[in-house]
Write a protein that binds this ligand. Structure first.
Ligand code: PBG
Length: 327
């Protein structure tokens, strides 16, 4: 009889760990933290069970909770006390992210990454300055080039407050170049940029927009975020960010876009990040609540798969759960 191939030999206890190719480690994970200037107590985020918006006074305590699980990095998002047309609270020295960053970097060893975008700060909820009459225009447009210096100011204000890394998420053309230039000019050449290099216009962001109060008041983000139909275009977007000086390349969302994660890993020589977004979190939670899925097991398998596809680090709302249950 001809001998058959027996891959099962390596699946037994004792050897399966030896041949295991991928691992989820607490130190690969980044936990998003929402700091809210409109509240003086913690507010649970309904669409993201287990997550809350915390006041600035609670930012250190919240980050300490994350650190206790073994996760060492956080990504700070801010909800400002007021919004306006240009989103000027985004680069205010006493802004919510700046204040939280100052406190957290002084009081803890957390690695602090800050979200650099305007959508939570503009009253219209878009990620940049609107063209005049955009509200009435059939085709809504964000003024790309007018937005760039503002993003530079946001990044510099975060770096000044002590941010370890900045993460521009607005998908403006040239944003990495503008931010790199602004940081360098301000004496922050050592602050790396994690660019949302391939960010898609995704329905999976729904729960986050509740969490951060960042839903566009009108229109959508199709004219700056990428079309989910496009794969080759991601290569172009990422290449531009590499040329502009991005240090880490992020793909977002993660699970429905693992082909993009794998492409970026194969084609570029920078670390790859993936953002396991709010909708990916909420759907597992909803199914687990009904008793249809095991939350921890599916969360672990999700993040493991994101890593297997090629991500070096994963931004995920499951960070604490996974770190705590690590065996
Ligand atoms: C804003 C921003 C968004 C997310 C991160 N930064 C929302 C958006 O683009 O609409 C989504 C995160 C998530 O869904 O978990 N620039």
């Amino acid at each position: 009889m001809e001998r058959i191939e027996r891959p099962r030999r390596l699946r037994k206890d004792g050897v399966r760990e030896l041949v295991s190719e991928t691992e989820v480690r607490a130190t690969d994970l980044v936990a998003p933290v929402f700091v809210d200037a409109t509240t003086d107590e913690r507010v649970p985020i309904e669409s993201m069970p287990g997550h809350e918006r915390v006041p600035v006074e609670e930012a250190v305590a919240r980050v300490e909770e994350v650190l206790e699980t073994g996760v060492e990095a956080v990504m700070l998002f801010g909800i400002p006390e007021s919004k306006n047309e240009r989103g000027s609270r985004a680069w205010a020295e006493d802004g919510v992210v700046q204040e939280a960053t100052r406190r957290v970097t002084e009081a803890t060893d957390a690695y602090v990454i800050t979200d650099v975008c305007l959508c939570e700060y503009t009253e219209h909820g878009h990620c940049g300055v609107l063209e005049p009459h955009a509200h009435e225009a059939a085709e809504l447009t964000v003024e790309n080039d007018e937005t760039l210096p503002l993003l530079g100011s946001v990044a510099v204000s975060h770096a000044k407050a002590g941010a370890d890394m900045v993460a521009p998420s607005g998908m403006m053309d040239g944003m990495v170049d503008a931010i790199r230039g602004a940081l360098d000019d301000a004496g922050h050449a050592d602050v790396p940029i994690l660019s949302y290099a391939a960010k898609y216009e995704s329905a999976f962001y729904g729960p986050f927009r509740d969490a951060a109060d960042g839903a566009p008041a009108f229109g959508d983000r199709r004219h700056y975020q990428m079309d989910p139909a496009n794969r080759r275009e991601a290569g172009r977007e990422v290449r531009l960010d590499v040329e502009e000086g991005a240090d880490v390349l992020m793909v977002k969302p993660a699970l429905p876009y693992l082909d993009i994660v794998a492409d970026v890993r194969r084609e570029f020589d920078r670390p790859v990040a993936a953002y396991n977004v709010s909708g990916e979190y909420a759907m597992l939670h909803a199914a687990a609540e009904k008793g249809w899925l095991d939350l921890e097991a599916t969360a672990r398998e999700s993040v493991l798969s994101i890593k297997r596809a090629g991500a070096d680090l994963v931004v995920t709302y499951f960070a604490e759960l996974l770190a705590e249950s690590e065996d």
